[in-house]
Write a protein that binds this ligand. Structure first.
Ligand code: SF4
Length: 338
């Protein structure tokens, strides 16, 4: 188990966020009793903790068994042999773990953790769209509820959306719910000469839609030589100005392999914090935005839910929804086999 000194070693270089809330050795000491109790409960219950890259650093570095983006964590959930999977992120990710591994108890320490994308479309909306576009293959971003996945043909994540949309064996596709990601994929397909008619739903992530192309120009001007990394949930105008476009795990890998000294990441702040911890000698410039839903996770919530889960923190799915949503998510994995 991690010591206060080791935890401080991981957290001391994280500068994003409120400067008055930076980690000190004393703060790490105060976190330790909760972390120790969570570790005891993990052993007692044969539980694992999956943590998304956007969640607070004391959770990422204090108690996570696996960290990553939604695709990487979905794979970990599918492969897990633990009795209990606690997913510290937002609701749709915990639901995806239950879809993939329905025999496990899946716990959500953040049951009110919405997502402007997942909350922006319902199963009823999809049913109406399917009636309107009967010849289209329906592709849902993983940021959707289990009920929405259950009505779609395949799921995608930010790490594979371009590749799967290109491979789909139909020239008519309906992509939901992220309008900006859909527009980015349309531009990508056009640039590659792939002729597909892509309809796009009008949802957005409130964190990524905020970024403006002019801010990117400003950062390039102020920090010559900076490498700019952009998430595909950003607008096409922002994506056009990027040096690299990819998922959060893709961005981490890119920085790890890059010779550049300074970076500007247009995604949720959590990722910049991870990189500041990992590369204290590199510079991470510009601003970033926090996702209020991801940041609603806390060590205390995790402790309470592992010790004594309230019914609303235990993910339960209608068996038919689970089976149909599994077909949709499995279809995504099948595209990735070749
Ligand atoms: S960052 Fe955006 S897409 Fe991710 S959970 Fe938050 S609102 Fe949803």
């Amino acid at each position: 188990m991690i010591t206060a000194e080791q935890l401080y070693g991981k957290l001391k270089d994280i500068r994003v966020g409120n400067p008055l809330c930076q980690f000190t050795e004393q703060i790490c000491e105060t976190l330790l009793p909760t972390i120790e109790r969570i570790e005891e409960l993990k052993r007692e219950k044969n539980a694992i903790i999956l943590v998304h890259n956007y969640v607070a650093p004391q959770i990422l570095y204090g108690v996570a068994d696996h960290t990553g983006d939604s695709y990487g964590l979905a794979k970990k959930a599918r492969e897990s042999t633990a009795d209990v999977i606690l997913f510290a992120a937002v609701r749709f990710m915990a639901e995806t773990a239950k879809i993939l591994n329905p025999g496990k108890m899946v716990l959500d320490p953040n049951p009110d953790g919405g997502c402007t994308l997942a909350d922006g479309i319902t199963a009823k909306d999809v049913a109406l769209l399917r009636a309107e576009f009967p010849d289209h293959t329906f592709v849902c971003y993983i940021n959707t509820t289990a009920e929405v996945k259950a009505l779609c043909d395949t799921c995608v994540t930010s790490s594979n959306v371009y590749m799967i949309m290109e491979r789909i064996d139909n020239d008519k596709i309906y992509f939901l719910p992220d309008r900006l990601m859909g527009e980015n994929v349309k531009k990508y397909l056009q640039a590659k000469g792939v002729n597909k008619e892509v309809e796009v739903y009008d949802g957005t992530c409130y964190v990524h839609e905020e970024y403006q192309p002019e801010s990117v120009d400003q950062v390039r001007h102020n920090f010559p030589g900076v490498e700019i990394l952009v998430h595909p949930e950003c607008s096409p105008g922002v994506v056009d100005k990027a040096d690299y476009v990819g998922s959060t795990s893709g961005m981490l890998d890119h920085v790890r392999g890059s010779d550049h000294e300074s970076f500007f990441l247009l995604t949720e702040c959590g990722l910049t914090g991870i990189l500041e911890s990992e590369f204290p000698n590199k510079q991470f410039v510009g601003t970033c935005t926090t996702c209020r839903y991801m940041k609603a996770n806390s060590l205390e919530h995790i402790l309470n839910v592992l010790g004594n889960p309230a019914p609303r923190s235990i993910i339960e799915l209608d068996p038919k929804v689970q089976q149909n949503a599994l077909r949709c998510v499995d279809k995504m994995f099948s595209y990735l086999k070749d």
